[in-house]
Design a protein around this ligand. Structure first.
Ligand code: ZN
Length: 153
């Protein structure tokens, strides 16, 4: 039997095959033909897509679930990034102070001021932390807008 005849026979059988009405022997023959035949593969995929309206409706919630998970993960990342940038910002004022100590040595008046006005340092840390946090969120917001705009195109 030539290949073309086999091909047209397989195509005739494909609707039955997709519905699971063919025997195991026939299935084996169809599958081994499809391994080598692109056009039968495509035909089979089309038939499956047509017949699979039920399975499609089953797959959509799965996809939505997946998107929800991705969004949850993104939000968790966003919060973590905000917290990290807050702590990073908080570290800046003490780091700058330590740097100036290293450069110029610790002056007595600086230590005295630190003892009296430690809450000002704390306030500075908080402000820097908040600023870093806001900056991070702003960057993430801009990045997300750019990605969204690219997707729409
Ligand atoms: Zn074929």
């Amino acid at each position: 039997m030539n290949e073309e005849k086999v091909c047209s026979m397989v195509k005739d059988l494909l609707p039955l095959y997709v519905d699971g009405l063919t025997s195991k022997k026939t299935n084996d023959a169809i599958e081994s033909h499809m391994e080598a035949c692109r056009s039968c593969q495509d035909e089979c995929r089309l038939l499956k897509a047509d017949a699979g309206t039920e399975s499609l409706t089953r797959e959509v919630p799965k996809e939505v679930d997946y998107l929800k998970k991705v969004r949850k993960y993104q939000n968790a990342n966003l919060i973590m990034g905000a917290v990290i940038s807050f702590f990073f910002g908080m570290c800046l004022p003490p780091a700058m102070m330590v740097l100036s100590f290293i450069n110029r040595g610790i002056q007595d008046y600086q230590l005295a001021r630190l003892k009296v006005a430690w809450h000002i340092l704390l306030l500075k840390m908080f402000i820097w932390g908040a600023a870093a946090c806001v900056l991070y969120l702003l960057c993430m917001f801009v990045i997300r807008m750019v990605i969204k705009r690219k997707r729409r195109r």
